[in-house]
Design a protein around this ligand. Structure first.
Ligand SMILES: Cc1cc2nc3c(=O)[nH]c(=O)nc-3n(C[C@H](O)[C@H](O)[C@H](O)COP(=O)(O)OP(=O)(O)OC[C@H]3O[C@@H](n4cnc5c(N)ncnc54)[C@H](O)[C@@H]3O)c2cc1C
Length: 575
């Protein structure tokens, strides 16, 4: 058994920012970060467009209150307003702190940090490093962890959260290189395991975004919050699904249909291409459904629309969004200086997650906290995004709540003893689980089941939803789950057994998908990213509350958590 004061699962922005705060607060603590990838390959590194903060460098009429209002309105009033106030008040400070660490933000001519427009934000407040913002920030954070001597376990897969009598005591992890299984015991456990884009067949997320942290939390008997809210980003490059950042529209690009019309005029006339993502994604799907999508030969009736940058000119494209130009050129052979890019919505972000309070402490229920368990970043739900996240608020959440959670962990572990724990029991169970997978002599390969599962989720729980379609999805998902015990692994070795990891990840995907579908069936209204064709209106009387879903082998139970409304009264959401 390995002992640390604190074990953080996840080396993305949220996990690394938390680790840094703990070591800065108390350098004598033993802190470890574990990641199934190398930490700088965490999905955070792919973040493009930027991070919001009312620095007022470009627009001096901005304020934290305006940022808070935009965020709450964007969330369709489901965000907790105390958490949003913290997010927006602390934003300028965390950006300056990152700059002092060495993050190279793009600049204005006078040397101050530049700020661009972003969807749903009423002022130019998104700070950026060209269209490689996540790369710039994550590299700096990981360098800092090395400088401070934080222990990093890279390429270890965490298989299980150890939770006994309402207390988190550690994790069980598997070493990809050697096949070795270890128990890590800690006074505080933090999950910063990112999102679950791989639940769907078209996503902007990396291959590692399989929702492991969510699944482990659910399987430990703890609730997940608001899982029905899945963000579809409007501009995934067709057909691959990789992201074309909202920064491209922030810098002035148009969305056009097969008639050449800027169709957003019919959906969000005041904000056009910079409407929030839920509205823009529905608009694109509606255009495609109405036959105004484009086919690969340029004729109408196809599956995508165009993102048109041509009027921006080569110099602006190459200086502000060079990476997006390169993506389209490399992946689909489109030169955006002279041709429009083919785009359609792609699964991008998980608004729900592990319920936490504003100190990052995980909730066991609406009014109890778990002892010693913390979470931040995309895997958590604090909830600052409610039913729909605004672009550039997620990196901000990772840094603000990563920092706060780190500070709260540093305080929490002070004077605490290491928990009692029978490591052998957990190692034996983990070995048996892996051996069980090796022993299966089934007829299915992992990729077949995973593809069928991703197609099922995409078809049955997408941008538009109905009870009938989702119920059919749930049935199909349960049939596919039965097949999990009939998958066959060809690799039964101990070194770099990526097939085994894919089998473990597939289990996570199943748990997460079932939670998403079940929560979505239960919410009989339309709010933010969750649009029900059979319940098209928002229903504040019945559903202005957070879903808490509890997983068990027997089925899922739904409970609720009230929404904190202390600054902005819910209104009709129009743009
Ligand atoms: C292409 C793209 C562009 C984006 N652009 C922006 C943007 O411009 N602005 C913005 O605000 N947001 C953006 N986002 C969203 C934002 O980047 C993410 O929400 C955020 O970076 C998530 O950070 P995180 O620390 O929570 O998790 P991640 O960065 O996803 O890190 C998760 C970590 O957990 C580890 N992990 C997971 N499971 C296990 C396990 N079982 N065992 C061990 N380790 C595990 C992984 O190895 C990884 O280290 C973008 C997202 C994408 C996909």
């Amino acid at each position: 058994m390995i002992d640390h004061d604190v074990i953080i699962v996840g080396g993305g922005l949220a996990g690394s920012r938390a680790a840094l705060e703990i070591v800065r607060t108390n350098p004598s603590l033993s802190i470890a970060v574990v990641a199934k990838t190398h930490p700088i390959r965490s999905h955070s590194v792919a973040a493009q467009g930027g991070m919001a903060a009312s620095l007022k460098n470009v627009d001096d009429t901005d304020s934290w209150e305006a940022h808070a209002f935009d965020t709450v309105k964007g969330s369709d009033y489901l965000a907790d307003q105390d958490a949003v106030a913290i997010l927006t008040q602390e934003a300028p400070d965390v950006v300056i702190d990152l700059e002092h660490m060495g993050v190279l933000f793009s600049r204005l001519a006078d040397g101050r940090i530049a700020q661009r427009a972003f969807g749903g934000h009423s002022h130019n407040r998104t700070c950026y490093a060209a269209d490689k913002t996540g790369h710039a920030i994550l590299h700096e954070l990981i360098c800092n962890l090395m400088k401070y001597g934080v222990k990093i376990y890279e390429e270890w897969y965490v298989m299980r959260l150890i939770l006994e009598d309402g207390q988190a005591k550690g994790v069980v992890m598997y070493h990809l290189l050697s096949g070795h299984i270890e128990v890590v015991r800690a006074k505080a456990v933090m999950f910063a395991t990112g999102g679950y884009g791989r639940v769907y067949n078209t996503t902007s997320n990396d291959y590692a975004s399989t929702g492991d942290g969510l699944a482990m939390t659910a399987m430990a008997g703890l609730p997940l919050e608001d899982m029905e809210f899945v963000q579809f980003h409007p501009t995934g490059l067709y057909p691959v699904g990789v992201l074309i950042s909202e920064a491209v529209r922030g810098e002035g690009a148009y969305l056009i249909n097969s008639d050449g019309d800027r169709f957003m005029a019919n959906y969000a006339p005041s904000r056009m291409e910079l409407a929030p993502r839920d509205i823009t994604s529905r608009a694109i799907v509606s255009e495609v459904r109405a036959g105004r999508g484009v086919k690969p030969d340029g004729s109408p009736g196809g599956p995508y629309v165009y993102l048109d940058l041509r009027h921006m000119g080569k110099e602006k494209i190459m200086s502000r969004v060079p990476f997006c130009w390169e993506e389209a050129h490399r992946l689909v052979g489109v030169d955006a200086v002279t041709e429009p890019m083919p785009v359609r919505p792609t699964v991008h972000y998980c608004m729900g997650g592990i319920p936490v309070n504003t100190d990052g402490r995980v909730r066991a229920s609406a009014d109890e906290l778990v002892d010693g368990f913390f979470a931040a970043g995309e895997t958590s739900c604090v909830s600052v995004h409610g039913a729909n996240r605004l672009g550039s608020n997620s990196l901000l959440e990772c840094v603000v709540y990563g920092r706060r959670t780190g500070a709260s962990i540093a305080k929490f572990v002070q004077g605490r003893k290491a928990p009692d724990l029978n490591a052998d029991h957990y190692i034996t169970e983990a070995q048996a689980q892996i051996q069980g997978l090796f022993n299966q002599s089934g007829q299915y390969r992992i990729h077949e089941i995973r593809q069928a599962y991703q197609d099922c989720m995409t078809e049955h729980c997408g941008v538009f939803r109905t009870d009938e379609v989702m119920q059919a999805g749930l049935l199909q998902l349960r049939e596919l789950q039965q097949k999990y015990s009939q998958i066959r692994l060809d690799d039964r070795g101990t070194s770099w057994n990526t097939e085994l990891i894919e089998a473990l990840e597939l289990r996570s995907l199943f748990v997460v998908g079932e939670m998403i579908l079940f929560s979505a069936i239960n919410r009989k209204e339309s709010r933010g990213s969750h649009f029900r064709e059979d319940y098209q209106q928002r229903d504040d009387a019945a559903f202005l509350k957070h879903t808490l879903a509890y997983y068990s082998a027997a089925g899922i139970d739904i409970n609720y958590l009230p929404v904190v409304i202390n600054q902005f009264e819910p209104q009709e959401r129009k743009y």
